[in-house]
Design a protein around this ligand. Sequence first.
Ligand SMILES: Cc1cc2nc3c(=O)[nH]c(=O)nc-3n(C[C@H](O)[C@H](O)[C@H](O)COP(=O)(O)OP(=O)(O)OC[C@H]3O[C@@H](n4cnc5c(N)ncnc54)[C@H](O)[C@@H]3O)c2cc1C
Length: 447
Amino acid sequence: MRSRLGQRAVVIGAGIGGLSAAGALAPYFENIVVLDRDELPSVATARAGTPQDRHAHTLLGGGLQALEELFPGIMKDLADAGAVSVNVFRDLQYERPVVGVLPRRDCGVSLLTASRPLIEGVLRQRTASIENVTLRTQCRATEIVPDAMGPSVKFVEPANGAAAITADLVIDASGRGVLTLALLDALGWERPPETVVGVDIGYTTVRLPQPAATGSDWKLLYTMPDPPAGVRGGLLTPIEDGYWLATLAAYGAAEHPQTWDDFLATCRQLPTQSIYEAIRDLQPVDGLKHFVFDDSRWRHFEQLAKLPHGVLPVGDSLCRFNPVYGQGMSVAALQAKLLRDTLERVATTRDPIGALQMQFMAEVAALLQAPWGLGVNADFAFPGTRGQRPERYEEGRQFEAALFRAAVADPVVQTAFSDVVQLIKPIDLLQDPDIQRRIEACAEGAT
Ligand SMILES: Cc1cc2nc3c(=O)[nH]c(=O)nc-3n(C[C@H](O)[C@H](O)[C@H](O)COP(=O)(O)OP(=O)(O)OC[C@H]3O[C@@H](n4cnc5c(N)ncnc54)[C@H](O)[C@@H]3O)c2cc1C
């Protein structure tokens, strides 16, 4: 029997961040209440609160592992529901400028693709089946109110009007951290500093019937853009029920294709014709969907001297990543695992909630740094990217170029790269003396 930290935890938001956090909290509180402003669908369909859910979503290997630890058996549940397992790089056609297609080697890790509503739906079912977790839908949280005894959350329900619920711990997984920021304002405390990288990525996605015989042996196809001039990349993702999601993503507010013919014509402008060739004879099953992602944003709550007692922002509320790298859900799941590991450690301390906040925030930056750095360094190759370039940016770009050349030539380097980008192993692995020696050997061979 685990020690209980408190009577109730309230989670605001039933997205991937909120649901996985609820799973982490369940053994440590008498009851967990998850509030979401949406009516949550019983089948996998899009909803208003997560407008990104019409677009391709991949769960990286590290995110999957974290979810499996929190919800044992969820990988099987996802597979049973129709999610597709993609071996990296055996089943992944990864097309990069300069180096071409990365070798289709089995690097010992798989990612998972499905529609976002399916992934969230399976996770929601698992969370809802935990005895002491209650999901309350159509409950829009309006304010977090501080109190010496523990915070409370004010919310509005269409049927019952305004109400409030007290808690020992409030997790803000509402996606933008608006409620936590408003609480800081109300207390007269400083807001956290932010690192913002403006990318203005336009997504256009269309669902297509996957042909019975594709004539190719990949499952997932990723054509990267070729900066600085080439701002468009594309993705062909298998999802449940035999469909593909075809996605075009363009940096810097480039024009969206508006029709299927436009979409095909835009595919022809990609650095390779692979996506065009795969889909040219298909017909979409529904219309083109658009989304504009303006900026990646890290709200450095971890740099504040303290947080209001009992309030913890997680997931996109803390840090949202450029979606083209497919990291957000996985990092949210890894944060939930950190939350659970921290709860385990602080359970017997005198002020476990305060200790949880401090220790989670002390460790979360290290978790965010690798995926953030990998993405942002690549973003600044595009001329329209806004914000402060990372320190030692040029050095980072050169290292990345050498790394990819070596990954083509050397399976050990490709496996290390795969483990790092799949968030399985820490980024320091790339500085390992053996990996460094292999990268240098390839660079010398090329000169
Ligand atoms: C176009 C696009 C593609 C993406 N592709 C990928 C991908 O391939 N792989 C990946 O890992 N990630 C991807 N992401 C990122 C991913 O969607 C998020 O990072 C991830 O879902 C974690 O989000 P979250 O749960 O913190 O927030 P969200 O998903 O935004 O969920 C927030 C929840 O809070 C609810 N809510 C908001 N305000 C309130 C309120 N006041 N009261 C009650 N409820 C509230 C909302 O209804 C919603 O359910 C993509 C994002 C975009 C935009």
